[in-house]
Design a protein around this ligand. Structure first.
Ligand SMILES: [Zn+2]
Length: 308
């Protein structure tokens, strides 16, 4: 089988204004690079999805507020750094539709695993709050979709973005069907993510790392992620795939190289091979140096391809 790449052109219309780090070139460089290896992939668009799947993750009040907040022209702010424009409405919906499309594709055997190249990202978005460039929590909607539509009981979300996914943690803090694991720079934005935050059912594992953490130190710490995964025995893996822990990233100070994202992905897939049978969907979060993002996504996806 092949690896699915889920994307659409509408992400490019999510205009965040001049000088904003979360810009449309991010997805464009990923897609243009992956087109070089086109034969390895099955390309798929996001699906239209039933809106109630959004309302499991976010409150109906929040979804209504967001749907009515997109400006007819110009820009509008959801928080200090979450900026929306007229094209953001469709892009925001398609980012959610992408993870749903990817999950359906894996479970219908259209492809073995999948990567969603989307924006806006999602992991900072809480049940009732947009923040940190994120509007809907795409990966959380995906996990709840697996639980509700397909009756999955053990889903692991692995978030290797350099920032803590406060939103995802918030949404699943008291949900024993979801294990949320995050490695992140700490202390740092958004402030959460201490190792004392463990979830109501010990279903949260935070691995805070100091600024300057090297590849070797990171991969040593990642052994704790693998151990926790083996104990949990997930039936499905979702990656919150941010690439801003790269040493060239302008927004943070971890020191990973592009190749490390291959190692992280490969080691994860080996550790859960007997539990989830390779069922993996990955969705883009952060990553703000365009060349680092291009190289790192290629490395991450190379590991997905190996597990086909
Ligand atoms: Zn980030």
């Amino acid at each position: 089988m092949k690896t699915g790449i889920i994307t659409t052109e509408t992400y490019a219309s999510h205009d965040t204004g001049p000088g904003h780090p979360e810009r449309s070139d991010r997805v464009t460089v990923i897609i243009n690079n992956l087109k070089k290896f086109k034969k390895k992939f099955i390309w798929k668009k996001p699906v239209n999805f039933e809106r109630n799947f959004l309302n499991i993750t976010h409150s109906k009040k929040y979804v209504d507020l967001i749907e009515n907040s997109f400006p007819k022209k110009g820009f509008s702010n959801l928080d200090g750094d979450t900026i929306i424009s007229p094209g953001s409405k469709e892009a925001t919906s398609d980012a959610v539709g992408s993870i749903i499309s990817a999950i359906d594709g894996v479970l219908k055997n259209e492809f073995k695993n999948a990567f969603c190249a989307v924006r806006p990202p999602g992991h900072h978005s809480e049940r009732q709050k947009a923040m940190g460039f994120c509007i809907y929590n795409n990966v959380a909607v995906g996990a709840n979709y697996l639980i509700t539509k397909y009756n999955y009981k053990k889903i692991a979300i692995i978030d290797f973005d350099v920032h803590h996914g406060n939103g995802t943690q918030d949404i699943f803090y008291d949900n024993k069907k979801v294990l949320y694991i995050s490695t992140h720079q700490y202390p740092y934005y958004p402030g959460s993510g201490s190792d004392k935050e463990k979830g109501k059912y010990n279903n949260v594992l935070n691995i805070p790392l100091p600024a300057g953490t090297t590849s070797t130190e990171y991969l040593d710490a990642y052994e704790h992620v693998l151990k926790k995964l083996k104990e949990f025995k997930p039936q499905f893996i979702l990656f919150s795939a941010g690439f801003d822990a790269h040493k060239d990233d302008p927004l943070a100070q971890l020191q990973l190289t592009s190749k490390d994202f291959y190692e992280i992905t490969k080691r994860t897939l080996i550790s859960v091979k007997n539990d989830c049978n390779g069922k993996v969907v990955s969705i883009l979060e952060g990553g703000y140096d365009l060349n680092a993002l291009k190289e790192s996504t290629e490395q991450h996806i190379n590991a997905l391809l190996e597990f086909n």
